[in-house]
Design a protein around this ligand. Structure first.
Ligand code: SAM
Length: 207
C-alpha cells in the first residue's frame, strides 16, 4: 500500500528520490486507530484529535521537496501534529527540532516517535515564535496556515536557509518559499494553494 502511495505522489509531480524513498519507508498506519487503518495509505489528510489533522502525504512530500535538505542539516518544524512529517524529515537524516502547540499531541508524539525509532528533539509551545535557543537553522517548515510570515522565523534562518510556509486566510493558503540569501536579501517564491489548519500563537491567528 505504501508503494502504491509513492506511485500516486510521483504522478502528482514529486521527483525527489530521497523524499519518495522516505514516504515509501515511514509506516503511516502507526498514526491511525485500528478501525481507521484503511485510510492510512490514501493520499488525504485525516483527523488526529484536538481539531487537528495528519497532513496529506502529497502535501508532506511537496513541502519536504521544497525544503531541499541534506543529511546533517539543522531543521525546525512548526506543528509536530501526529509526528508523520517529523519521521519523513528524520529519514532524510536531518537534525530535527519540532514544536507543537497542543500539549496532548506533543505528549503523544513524544511517546510514539521513539517507539518507531525516530529521535527528533520535541518541544511543547508556540512555534510561531520559532525556537531561538537552537537557531540558526538550515531550513524551517511550518505545517499550519499562517496569516503572514513571522519575522522571528526569518531571523532564525542561516544565510542560505529556507523557510517553507503556507500563507493565506483560514480556508486556503499559498505555499511560500523564502530563501535568506543574507541578512539584507530575501528571495520569495510562491507555489500552489493548499488548505491547512490555522497557525495559532503570537505570530499566528492569535496575533
Ligand atoms: N506535521 C503534522 C503531521 O505530520 O501530522 C501536521 C500537523 S497539522 C496540519 C498542524 C499542527 O500545527 C497541529 O498539530 C497544530 O496543533 C500545530 N500548530 C498550530 N499552531 C502552532 C504553533 N503556533 N506552534 C506549534 N504548533 C502549532
Amino acid at each position: 500500500m505504501r508503494k502504491s502511495l509513492v506511485r500516486i505522489i510521483k504522478q502528482k509531480g514529486i521527483d525527489n528520490q530521497a523524499v519518495l524513498k522516505a514516504i515509501g519507508k515511514v509506516p503511516r498506519h502507526y498514526f491511525f486507530d485500528e478501525i481507521f487503518v484503511e485510510h492510512a495509505y490514501q493520499d488525504k489528510a485525516f483527523p488526529i484529535g484536538e481539531g487537528q489533522t495528519i497532513s496529506q502525504p502529497y502535501t508532506v512530500a511537496f513541502q519536504t521537496q521544497l525544503l531541499g535538505v541534506a543529511p546533517g542539516d539543522r531543521v525546525l518544524e512548526i506543528g509536530t501534529g501526529s509526528g508523520y512529517q517529523a519521521c519523513i524529515l528524520c529519514e532524510l537524516g536531518v537534525k530535527l527540532y519540532t514544536i507543537e502547540f497542543q500539549r496532548k499531541l506533543y505528549s503523544e508524539a513524544k511517546v510514539m516517535l521513539p517507539q518507531m525509532g525516530y529521535q527528533p528533539m520535541l518541544f511543547h509551545g508556540d512555534g510561531s515564535l520559532g525556537l531561538p535557543q537552537f537557531a540558526p537553522y538550515d531550513a524551517i517548515i511550518v505545517t499550519a496556515g499562517a496569516p503572514s510570515i513571522p519575522s522571528a522565523l526569518v531571523k532564525q534562518l542561516k544565510d542560505g536557509g529556507r523557510l517553507i510556509i503556507p500563507v493565506g486566510d483560514n480556508r486556503s493558503q499559498k505555499m511560500v518559499k523564502l530563501t535568506k540569501v543574507n541578512e539584507k536579501q530575501i528571495k520569495k517564491e510562491e507555489f500552489d494553494r493548499f488548505s491547512f489548519v490555522p497557525l495559532l500563537g503570537a505570530e499566528g491567528w492569535d496575533k
